[in-house]
Design a protein around this ligand. Structure first.
Ligand SMILES: [Zn+2]
Length: 189
């Protein structure tokens, strides 16, 4: 999906204003198409509120399934809603299959990325991801580790500092072994 033309037009105008506020000449060659380029970029990376959420459909019932499925080391980026600054890192998502059915691995990542594509915070992405997955499983877990440019460029200027959030529900809430195994999978993989 993309942002509608009217939204892209609004972004273009806003970027033009920011350039003026910075004391730039928006008509100099290097900046001439910048508002348009930023609008296109935001349309690509921040179109979540104009898209449908992916449905975590499951495959047909199998004879048996693993106790837990974990996909990890998946890179991502998102924009923090407090500064509109990028944060980037990796995510690990795990779930406990229900009724002998598994979810497509790329679907797990697609659900996660859907929640990245709007101004947001790391904590909320993890929470919404496991909520979406729980309906089709017996439990979901999401560990996100990211570096926030709003922390490394400004404020306390802590370049390299990373933030990890661990969010889980369902079977993970009552069985600490599942969390232990999840962490072991991430480490060993
Ligand atoms: Zn921030």
């Amino acid at each position: 999906m993309a942002l509608p033309p009217s939204s892209q037009e609004m972004i273009k105008e806003a970027v033009q204003q920011i350039l003026l506020a910075l004391g730039e000449d928006p008509n100099r060659e290097g900046l001439l198409r910048t508002p348009e380029r930023v609008a296109k970029m935001f349309s690509d990376v921040l179109d979540g509120n104009h898209s449908r959420p992916p449905i975590p459909t499951t495959f047909e019932e199998l004879d048996g399934v693993p106790d837990q499925v974990v996909t990890h080391n998946t890179p991502f980026y998102a924009y923090c809603e407090h500064h509109m600054a990028i944060f980037t890192g990796t995510v690990a998502i795990g779930y406990v299959p229900k009724d002998n059915r598994v979810i497509g691995l790329s679907k797990l990542v697609r659900i996660f990325r859907y929640y990245c594509k709007r101004p947001t915070i790391q904590e909320r992405i993890g929470m919404l991801t496991i909520k979406a997955i729980l309906a089709h499983t017996n439990g979901a877990i999401c560990q996100i580790t990211a570096e926030h440019t709003c922390m490394s460029l400004r404020g306390i200027k802590s370049a390299g500092a990373r933030t990890t959030t661990l969010t889980f529900n369902g079977a993970y809430s009552s069985n600490a072994d599942l969390i232990h195994d999840f962490k072991k999978s991430i480490k060993n993989g």
